[in-house]
Write a protein that binds this ligand. Structure first.
Ligand code: ARG
Length: 458
């Protein structure tokens, strides 16, 4: 007999039981579900909505179920549909009639929203901690490489010299913003919705504030329809996760490129690479590739849930049960991705010599050459043209700008003097860029200090 079976004359078709049962995946919410029920029952007893002895029995019974569930001792029942009815059924089996009072003033609709909000809050905090670990690893690499010159790119063409520290700090900014997004997603989830009932609140004088307090929510929801129909907090997590995966994926893409024979900027540690079953020489960056690939499934979950929600009239509709697999798989993928990425990053060897050599090819100091002429009084647009002609000349001669003699340089513009050679060295090109946000070591040091302070602050 179903808990809701009173008005039914026939049993549910086995196909339907199998189709709509969510216990196979929402059993993951047992901790939240039972904790939420303990708070609800406590409040019902305190307010005299159910007898205090019954409330005490319910709380005891639920604690026992929670312990057994944690120990993996409970066999969840498919025909009890979902985690909510599984727990209630089990409770009544264990403590008798008092268990039947637990659901007073509550619906599964507000219950499932409560459970998933609690789960989402924990997932946000967990992700923030993992991002902090990753940020720490990035800051360490940055601190050690303030002077490690490398080429910066636009259009995948060498553009201007930067440092490895500056490049790492770009990712620090991205992951700091991600951390912020998860902290905002936490705030969105941090609203206690019990008391919304099925959709229209309840006639019992529930003390909603008390339940919020017991469960560590900072506020209660303002509208009962919205309380059961809202899944924005999940979408906030999914979108923060999508953006975070996008950042990880870009970083992976760079590591994959840098690890190629063509770049050779990095060497992946053996422990984070895999071989080929046929080609004995291969050492593939599979971990980075898989993170890049898994980004697709996280985007898919975001699109999936947005699409589930877009046509739903208020308030609860069963379609919303589809939120959970999307959410759980996103959380699992993100956690695995962040964990393995941070571990991998800590083992990457940066080939500083190759990076530095890479910086000096490809006329990365051409902008500085134009800026040099500007310092000598030439207008920037004229200087740009002169250096363009110089580059064309060097390409013909297969030379770099600094391979030319002062006499040769002077043929292109009389303003060139001996000091040009120092001025256009890679280290000088980087050190001259010392406005806020630029790659000069002293400015990157400032950025590192600011990021460390931001990490400590909140
Ligand atoms: N298993 C359901 C879900 O995940 C719980 C809420 C069901 N409510 C209902 N009236 N069918 O959404």
């Amino acid at each position: 007999m179903k808990l809701w079976g009173g008005r039914f004359e026939k049993a549910t078709d086995g196909l339907v039981d199998d189709f709509h049962s969510s216990i196979s995946f929402d059993k993951r919410l047992f901790e939240q579900d039972i904790t939420g029920s303990i708070a609800h029952a406590t409040m019902l007893g305190e307010e005299g909505i159910i007898p205090a002895e019954d409330a005490a029995k319910i709380v005891e019974g639920l604690k026992g179920i929670l312990e057994d569930a944690r120990a993996g001792k409970i066999e969840w029942m498919v025909d009890a549909e979902d985690i909510h009815m599984n727990v209630e059924t089990l409770l009544t089996q264990r403590i008798g009639d008092a268990g039947k009072r637990l659901h007073t003033g509550r619906s599964r609709n507000d219950q499932v929203a409560l459970d998933t909000r609690m789960y989402a809050k924990a997932a946000c905090r967990e992700t923030e901690a993992m991002l902090e670990e990753l940020l720490g690893a990035l800051l360490d690499i940055a601190q050690d490489n303030l002077h490690t010159i490398m080429p910066g790119y636009t259009h995948m063409q060498k553009a201007q010299p930067i440092t490895l520290a500056h490049h790492m700090m770009a990712y620090v900014q991205m992951f700091l913003r991600d951390r912020n997004r998860f902290s905002n997603a936490y705030k969105a989830a941090d609203v206690m919705v019990l008391g919304s009932g099925a959709l229209a609140g309840t006639t019992y004088p529930l003390n909603r504030e008390r339940v919020a307090d017991l469960l560590g929510f900072s506020r209660i929801s303002d509208n009962s329809l919205d309380g059961v129909a809202d899944r924005d907090y999940m979408l906030d997590y999914l979108s923060a996760a999508s953006i975070c995966m996008m950042h990880l994926s870009r970083f992976c893409e760079e590591l994959i490129l840098w690890n190629t024979n063509e770049f050779r900027f990095v060497e992946m540690d053996d422990a984070f690479a895999t071989g080929s079953s046929i080609m004995p020489q291969k050492k593939n960056p599979d971990v980075a590739e898989l993170i890049r690939g898994k980004t697709g499934r996280v985007y898919g979950h975001l699109m999936g849930l947005l699409t589930v929600m877009k046509g739903l009239p208020l308030a609860y509709n069963k379609d919303m049960q589809e939120d959970k697999e999307a959410f759980f798989d996103t959380r699992d993928t993100l956690v695995k991705g962040l964990t393995v990425f941070t571990a991998m990053l800590k083992t990457v060897t940066f080939r500083k010599d190759v990076m530095e050599r890479g910086a000096s090819g490809g006329f990365t100091n051409a902008t500085d050459c134009a800026d040099y002429l500007v310092k000598k009084g030439v207008a920037f647009r004229d200087a740009h043209k002169v250096v363009g002609e110089l580059v064309a000349h060097c390409l013909n001669e297969n030379k770099a700008l600094l391979d030319l003699t002062l006499e040769e340089l002077k043929q292109f513009h009389p303003a060139f003097e001996q000091d040009v050679f120092d001025d256009l060295s890679m280290i000088s090109c980087v050190e001259k860029r010392k406005i806020p946000g630029a790659p000069a070591p002293e400015m990157v040091q400032r950025a590192i200090d600011a990021a460390k302070a931001a990490l400590k602050k909140d």
